[in-house]
Design a binder for this molecule. Sequence first.
Ligand SMILES: NC(=O)c1ccc[n+]([C@@H]2O[C@H](COP(=O)([O-])OP(=O)(O)OC[C@H]3O[C@@H](n4cnc5c(N)ncnc54)[C@H](O)[C@@H]3O)[C@@H](O)[C@H]2O)c1
Ligand SMILES: O=C(O)C(=O)C[C@@H](O)[C@H](O)[C@H](O)COP(=O)(O)O
Ligand SMILES: [Zn+2]
Length: 353
Amino acid sequence: MADIIPVKTGRAYDIHLGRGILAETGRLAAGVARTRKAVIVTDTHVGPLYGARITASLEAAGFEAPLYAFEAGEASKNMRTLQALYRFFAQSDLTRADLVVALGGGVVGDAAGFAAATYMRGVDFIQVPTTLLAQVDSSVGGKTAVDLPEGKNLAGAFWQPRLVVCDPDVLDTLDDENFACGMGEVAKHACIRSRALYDRLLACGDIRAELPEIIAENVRIKRDVVEHDEREKGERMLLNFGHTLGHAIEKCLHYTGISHGAAVAAGMHLITLHAEQNGLTPPGTATRIDTLLKKYGLPTASPLPLEEVVHAALNDKKRAGGSIHLVLLKGIGDAFIHTVPVADLPAFFGLSA
Ligand SMILES: NC(=O)c1ccc[n+]([C@@H]2O[C@H](COP(=O)([O-])OP(=O)(O)OC[C@H]3O[C@@H](n4cnc5c(N)ncnc54)[C@H](O)[C@@H]3O)[C@@H](O)[C@H]2O)c1
Ligand SMILES: O=C(O)C(=O)C[C@@H](O)[C@H](O)[C@H](O)COP(=O)(O)O
Ligand SMILES: [Zn+2]
């Protein structure tokens, strides 16, 4: 039985969530598409696992659906892949009225979404998320982007999908490390918005057994935030909890060797530890985060010296002129924005300028 979660952003769409719903992709896509032509974008891990199934579903609904798979991994979320996607779209005769189908994790969703947002100044796309991270976070809300050597997600666009097809069954093939990566964003949602979710995660014996429900709860948390603040003028910044340091860690490691969720996990713990030391977050909060993250196999320390990470964070996207917006916690489930002058960021982390 599928759950339909509506998202009322400027361009509204539905998230269809249910076990086995991948096979319904063609039928659901036909309900939003203007033509029967779609380009499937995926990666070299997901293509062999689910490419044939989604192609069959789209073809059964009358779509012509060529498929392009780029090398799996964060290191592919770049301008080179973007150009390859544009060229595949052109060679496949994709028109402005056709559809892009992003089949994969957050890397595929972000890169294919940005290609769709910019090819011919905008082609419709649908998200078919296949990682926990993509199902609970990246397929919702319309942020699309690629990384630059200078920073994470620096080239991007807000481009809402026409539809999200979310099938928890595909997570059966996801390895433990990438599952844990998704748990980083789940923990983030709990930390910023839901003490009840935090308690549930801490008490839970077998998270995989509770998945459809956990995914739906997380999707609703994110959906509510983006409906209030689609273009990140205020409240949506809270979804960046842990990302100021997390993104900096990913950049310093050249987008290899650590997953996004693991980097964010370390970022959430570290910033909370320092917020406590600055008297901005109640003592004990960082320990609570540490306990939850460790339970789900996530790191809570930086793999790099803090000086290097903080320096790399100075050009974070949450900077506005000479100030930077930090996301901190008043307690578990309650986040707020704390703005500091960029020059004071090292001192916030107990470092000299
Ligand atoms: N747009 C947003 O709002 C948003 C939100 C959070 C994260 N992100 C971005 O998402 C990216 C991380 O996403 P991710 O963790 O999904 O990484 P990913 O897309 O690289 O997927 C992780 C790995 O899992 C493999 N995989 C995917 N689905 C699988 C499946 N069902 N079975 C087996 N293997 C599978 C992939 O091929 C890859 O090797 C980062 O670039 C991050 O910046 C974006
Ligand atoms: O959707 C959002 O808003 C988020 O911040 C979700 C984050 O988990 C995600 O990593 C996002 O891509 C970060 O956005 P950025 O603007 O900091 O690049
Ligand atoms: Zn994230």
